[in-house]
Design a protein. Structure first.
Length: 140
Protein backbone atom coordinates (compact mmCIF):
# COMPACT_ATOMS: atom_id res chain seq x y z
CA UNK A 1 0.00 0.00 0.00
CA UNK A 2 1.53 3.32 -1.06
CA UNK A 3 -0.58 5.98 0.61
CA UNK A 4 0.05 9.64 -0.12
CA UNK A 5 1.48 10.42 3.33
CA UNK A 6 3.86 7.47 3.16
CA UNK A 7 5.19 8.14 -0.34
CA UNK A 8 7.57 10.95 0.61
CA UNK A 9 7.80 10.49 4.39
CA UNK A 10 11.38 9.17 4.33
CA UNK A 11 12.83 12.60 3.56
CA UNK A 12 11.30 13.98 6.79
CA UNK A 13 12.41 11.19 9.14
CA UNK A 14 15.92 12.50 9.99
CA UNK A 15 14.45 15.63 11.60
CA UNK A 16 11.76 13.79 13.61
CA UNK A 17 12.53 13.90 17.35
CA UNK A 18 12.42 10.65 19.32
CA UNK A 19 9.54 10.08 21.72
CA UNK A 20 11.82 10.70 24.71
CA UNK A 21 13.11 13.98 23.24
CA UNK A 22 9.53 15.01 22.50
CA UNK A 23 8.21 14.32 26.01
CA UNK A 24 11.21 16.05 27.60
CA UNK A 25 10.38 19.25 25.68
CA UNK A 26 6.59 19.06 26.16
CA UNK A 27 5.59 22.32 27.89
CA UNK A 28 3.82 21.80 31.23
CA UNK A 29 0.14 22.64 31.63
CA UNK A 30 -0.28 25.17 34.44
CA UNK A 31 -3.98 24.44 34.99
CA UNK A 32 -5.88 21.19 35.00
CA UNK A 33 -5.46 18.76 32.12
CA UNK A 34 -8.61 18.54 29.96
CA UNK A 35 -7.63 14.95 29.14
CA UNK A 36 -8.07 15.21 25.36
CA UNK A 37 -4.87 13.29 24.62
CA UNK A 38 -1.86 11.82 26.36
CA UNK A 39 1.76 12.33 25.32
CA UNK A 40 1.70 9.26 23.04
CA UNK A 41 -1.39 10.59 21.22
CA UNK A 42 0.17 14.02 20.77
CA UNK A 43 3.37 12.41 19.47
CA UNK A 44 1.39 10.27 16.99
CA UNK A 45 -0.31 13.40 15.63
CA UNK A 46 3.04 15.19 15.46
CA UNK A 47 4.56 12.25 13.52
CA UNK A 48 1.67 12.15 11.03
CA UNK A 49 1.95 15.89 10.34
CA UNK A 50 5.75 15.72 10.23
CA UNK A 51 5.62 12.89 7.66
CA UNK A 52 3.50 15.14 5.43
CA UNK A 53 6.08 17.93 5.69
CA UNK A 54 3.80 20.26 7.64
CA UNK A 55 6.48 21.27 10.22
CA UNK A 56 4.32 20.94 13.35
CA UNK A 57 5.21 22.87 16.50
CA UNK A 58 3.76 21.90 19.88
CA UNK A 59 1.96 24.50 21.95
CA UNK A 60 -0.04 24.39 25.16
CA UNK A 61 -3.16 26.25 26.18
CA UNK A 62 -2.58 26.15 29.91
CA UNK A 63 -5.81 27.88 30.89
CA UNK A 64 -7.94 25.41 28.91
CA UNK A 65 -5.71 22.44 29.76
CA UNK A 66 -4.81 20.97 26.39
CA UNK A 67 -1.99 20.72 23.88
CA UNK A 68 -2.20 21.74 20.24
CA UNK A 69 0.05 21.70 17.20
CA UNK A 70 0.65 24.55 14.77
CA UNK A 71 1.20 23.09 11.31
CA UNK A 72 1.85 24.43 7.81
CA UNK A 73 -1.23 22.96 6.16
CA UNK A 74 -1.49 25.13 3.09
CA UNK A 75 -0.32 28.12 1.12
CA UNK A 76 -2.01 31.52 0.87
CA UNK A 77 -1.44 32.65 -2.71
CA UNK A 78 -2.68 36.20 -2.14
CA UNK A 79 -0.29 36.84 0.77
CA UNK A 80 2.47 34.54 -0.57
CA UNK A 81 2.85 32.85 2.83
CA UNK A 82 2.41 29.45 4.45
CA UNK A 83 -0.87 28.92 6.28
CA UNK A 84 -0.34 27.80 9.89
CA UNK A 85 -3.36 26.11 11.38
CA UNK A 86 -4.19 24.81 14.83
CA UNK A 87 -4.37 21.03 15.09
CA UNK A 88 -5.76 19.61 18.33
CA UNK A 89 -4.89 15.96 19.06
CA UNK A 90 -7.77 14.05 20.63
CA UNK A 91 -7.62 10.42 21.70
CA UNK A 92 -10.46 8.23 20.45
CA UNK A 93 -10.69 6.97 24.05
CA UNK A 94 -11.70 10.47 25.22
CA UNK A 95 -15.40 10.32 26.09
CA UNK A 96 -16.12 13.98 26.77
CA UNK A 97 -16.28 15.24 23.19
CA UNK A 98 -19.63 17.07 23.17
CA UNK A 99 -20.92 20.07 21.22
CA UNK A 100 -20.14 22.24 24.26
CA UNK A 101 -16.56 20.94 24.33
CA UNK A 102 -16.12 21.62 20.61
CA UNK A 103 -17.53 25.12 21.04
CA UNK A 104 -15.14 25.78 23.93
CA UNK A 105 -12.15 24.83 21.75
CA UNK A 106 -12.84 27.83 19.52
CA UNK A 107 -13.09 30.15 22.53
CA UNK A 108 -9.83 28.86 23.99
CA UNK A 109 -7.61 29.07 20.89
CA UNK A 110 -4.70 31.52 21.02
CA UNK A 111 -6.18 33.61 18.22
CA UNK A 112 -9.58 33.87 16.56
CA UNK A 113 -10.12 30.93 14.23
CA UNK A 114 -12.80 30.19 11.65
CA UNK A 115 -11.88 26.52 11.87
CA UNK A 116 -9.71 24.02 13.71
CA UNK A 117 -8.29 20.67 12.72
CA UNK A 118 -8.93 17.76 15.05
CA UNK A 119 -6.36 14.97 14.89
CA UNK A 120 -8.21 11.89 16.14
CA UNK A 121 -5.68 9.35 17.40
CA UNK A 122 -6.66 5.69 17.73
CA UNK A 123 -5.08 3.34 20.28
CA UNK A 124 -2.84 1.82 17.59
CA UNK A 125 -1.42 5.23 16.61
CA UNK A 126 -3.59 5.75 13.53
CA UNK A 127 -4.30 9.45 13.03
CA UNK A 128 -7.20 10.87 11.04
CA UNK A 129 -7.71 14.60 10.67
CA UNK A 130 -11.05 16.39 10.56
CA UNK A 131 -11.51 20.08 9.79
CA UNK A 132 -14.09 21.60 12.13
CA UNK A 133 -15.64 24.95 11.20
CA UNK A 134 -16.87 27.46 13.75
CA UNK A 135 -20.44 27.07 12.55
CA UNK A 136 -21.26 24.31 15.02
CA UNK A 137 -23.48 25.59 17.80
CA UNK A 138 -24.43 23.65 20.92
CA UNK A 139 -28.08 22.58 21.04
CA UNK A 140 -30.38 24.79 23.09
Amino acid sequence: MNRRWRANAAQHLPSLPSYNEFTAKLPPLCGSDAGFAGPADIYSALCALHAKGEAPVVGANSSAGYYYLLANTGYNRTKDTEVREIVIPISTAYQGLTPDTLHSLFAATPESQSHLILALVDSDGTVSTQRLFNHVQPPE
